[in-house]
Design a binder for this molecule. Structure first.
Ligand SMILES: *Cc1c(COP(=O)(O)O)cnc(C)c1O
Length: 360
């Protein structure tokens, strides 16, 4: 019951197969549904340039990542605007001003360091001032925006290209109009200070997509930074609103797969542990397989077996234990099993040096 790998040749195991067509399709669907720039976020796939290209092919206006290394790589490989999501460390500032179209900044000290680096290279750096509008993520509090703006305006090598927020999730619960309204007020305030309209108002991430599909984002928002929604589908639309979600959010999960090989298989008589798990009825002798895939390679809890009758029981740094008693065929040593990764599983597999990456 091994799952054949896509494409030519047997890929090394464990491996992560990334469905770039699904990614392109999701990007295109999102782009078609909103009147906004969509910047594709690649941090969930370790800045994979082929994934970035699929996002661009789907209509993404640029590519964002949290790591400077990836932004530098994009500059060499791709012809597109790039956005650095995480505030750079001091030593990274030269690479940022040389390679990133924009970066999100919320500290005056970072603005000054970027300005110094830009001055040394004779360039101007475009900063998006990051504001926390209630989701407790990175960003200045609204009351500190004025002083951050003053700092930025006084630095000739810094151009305030715009503002960036996360309006989608308020305290991680439901997107509301409350923090959206707050954003508009902040955009207007910075407009007064700057004496011009900020070119970019980057309103949020996948969490804000539902709001965007519903027409709930203010016109002042020009951009969303979308990772998960493009990689794995979904739009931050309310749970329990399934029908509406199916109608409006036409993104798909993609066919991404994590595959690993069984290095042990056999009967195990461990009624206690098995009984504790819901849904496993016969607690007598079970068949287990142990896969050569561990927490160093993947976020095991985010793996969903593609074959019915297989259940992930547990994992250590090097192994994953699966119950295969109810699998259709017998799972033997040397067989490979395939799983659908959630976001954390995808992100971890993509960065593990032990996992072969295939982009289909
Ligand atoms: C990761 C990240 C995003 C993308 O988030 P998704 O939920 O994957 O869409 C957007 N903005 C910032 C600042 C991020 O760090």
């Amino acid at each position: 019951m091994s799952v054949a790998a896509e494409g030519a040749g047997e890929p090394a195991l464990p491996n992560l197969w990334i469905d770039s067509e699904g990614i392109e399709r999701n990007a295109a669907r999102i782009v078609a549904r909103v009147d906004l720039e969509i910047v594709g976020v690649t941090k969930g796939v370790c800045g994979n340039p082929r994934v970035a290209r699929a996002m661009l092919a789907g209509g993404s206006a640029g590519i964002a990542d949290s790591r400077v290394t990836q932004i530098v790589g994009f500059r060499e490989r791709l012809d597109c605007d790039t956005l650095l999501l995480r505030a750079p460390m001091g030593a990274e500032c030269p690479a940022v001003v040389e390679n990133a179209t924009w970066s999100m900044v919320s500290e005056p000290a970072t603005l000054r360091a970027l300005s110094t680096a830009a001055n040394e290279r004779g360039v101007v750096h475009r900063a998006l001032l990051a504001i926390d509008v209630g989701d407790r993520r990175e960003g200045v509090l609204p009351e500190d925006l004025d002083s951050l703006l003053e700092t930025a305006i006084d630095l000739p090598e810094i151009e305030v290209a715009g503002l960036a927020t996360h309006v989608g999730s308020f305290g991680g619960i439901v997107p509301t109009g409350a923090n959206v309204g707050r954003l508009v007020e902040l955009v207007e305030r910075s407009e007064e200070r700057l004496g011009r309209r900020p070119a970019v108002v980057s309103g949020g991430s996948t969490n804000a997509l539902g709001l965007a599909f519903d027409g709930g984002l203010p016109e002042r928002v020009t951009q969303l930074r979308v990772g998960e929604g493009i990689l794995l589908g979904g739009s931050g639309l309310r749970r329990g609103d399934r029908g509406a979600r199916d109608r409006r959010d036409q993104t798909g999960r993609g066919g991404h797969r994590v595959q690993a090989e069984a290095v042990r298989a056999g009967r195990r008589n461990q009624p206690g542990r098995v009984r504790a798990r819901a849904g496993v009825r016969d607690c007598g002798v079970r068949r287990r397989a142990i896969l050569a895939l561990g927490r160093q390679d993947c976020a095991i809890d985010g793996l969903i077996p593609l074959e019915e009758g297989i259940e992930v029981i547990g994992a250590s740094s090097d192994h994953t234990v699966v119950d295969v008693t109810d699998a259709r065929g017998s799972v033997e040593v040397g067989d490979s099993l395939a799983f659908r990764p959630g976001y954390a599983a995808l992100a971890r597999a993509a960065v593990s040096p032990y996992v072969a990456i295939e982009v289909g």
